[in-house]
Design a protein around this ligand. Structure first.
Ligand code: NAP
Length: 246
């Protein structure tokens, strides 16, 4: 099926590190649901080169935003990396995907577990009302290699100020020792109690959404299995909804 590309203009960019960037551009696409992804592309030598990205923006916002890692020998990201304000960027007209709140069963505590750019989709979800209305507590855990990759801290602080008793935010930084962060991979920090000591126990009323590095997701699914939690599927609801990034 032919893709309908919509031209948009770059509004703004945030360079979290030399190679980790959020890019914001005009929203000219039909309505989408928080948690969905779309394709972003550039016209390069006559071809439209594109890759799928989860939207960090929320449906009510008048811009679209994605976060990407520049891969120097990649086909698209080195060119994204060179964009300036008002440059053209192409967006697939229809966002899609099922990593959305309507697919997550009810529970008491919502655990949002991300590595790297996987955080972005949770920023989108948390800008909507649904998670706050449906869950008593929300735990957001972001795992990165180095502290410069701890993106969206201002937005998360705003969410904490708005929902002081509902949101817990934990950072794990694995390749640097940084105060007030956990210096271990997320599954290891659950096993040794450093996460559950702060955020409470994992049990059958926990719903997990996992996004990012597929190895982290596989390790988390195995670990959560030891708590009796299983994948959430349309045919058989469970406690783990996931999105692997590669
Ligand atoms: P990443 O490699 O997925 O690392 C993010 C976090 O996930 C790290 O704390 C890492 O811990 C952890 N992790 C890895 N495997 C895990 C597992 N099995 N269980 C639990 N945690 C696990 O993500 P990234 O840094 O966002 O990079 C993604 C890709 O982009 C990589 O191929 C990377 O080389 C490339 N890249 C990233 C950047 C950047 O600025 N983020 C720049 C250039 C290239 P460990 O540190 O222990 O591995």
């Amino acid at each position: 099926m032919a893709i309908n590309w919509i031209e948009s203009k770059v509004i703004d960019q945030t360079r979290w590190t030399d190679d980790l960037v959020s890019i914001r551009f005009e929203n000219n696409i039909p309505p989408y649901i928080a948690g969905q992804f779309t394709k972003i592309g550039l016209k390069l030598d006559g071809d439209l080169i594109s890759r799928p990205y989860s939207l960090v923006s929320a449906p009510h916002e008048d811009f679209l935003e994605v976060i990407y890692v520049n891969v120097p020998d990649g086909k698209l990201t080195p060119h994204l990396h060179k964009l300036d304000t008002n440059d053209s960027i192409f967006v697939m007209d229809k966002a899609s995907g099922f990593f959305i709140m309507d697919e997550v069963p009810d529970g008491d505590k919502l655990w949002l577990v991300a590595t790297g750019t996987g955080l972005g989709v949770f920023i989108s979800l948390l800008k909507t009302d649904s998670p706050w209305k449906r869950f008593k507590e929300i735990v957001l855990i972001h795992g990165v290699r180095t502290s410069g990759e701890l993106a969206y801290q201002d937005q998360i602080k705003e969410l904490q100020a708005k929902h002081p008793n509902q949101l817990k935010y934990l950072q794990t930084v694995t390749r640097e020792k940084i105060d007030n962060t956990i210096n271990a991979r997320i599954p290891d920090a659950i096993k040794d109690g450093s996460i559950t000591n702060i955020c409470g126990e994992i049990n059958s009323s926990s719903q997990f959404m996992l996004c990012g590095n597929p190895d982290m997701i596989n390790d988390m699914v195995d670990l959560l299995g030891t708590y009796g939690l299983e994948r959430n599927r349309r045919s058989k609801p469970g406690n783990i909804t996931l999105e692997k990034y590669w």
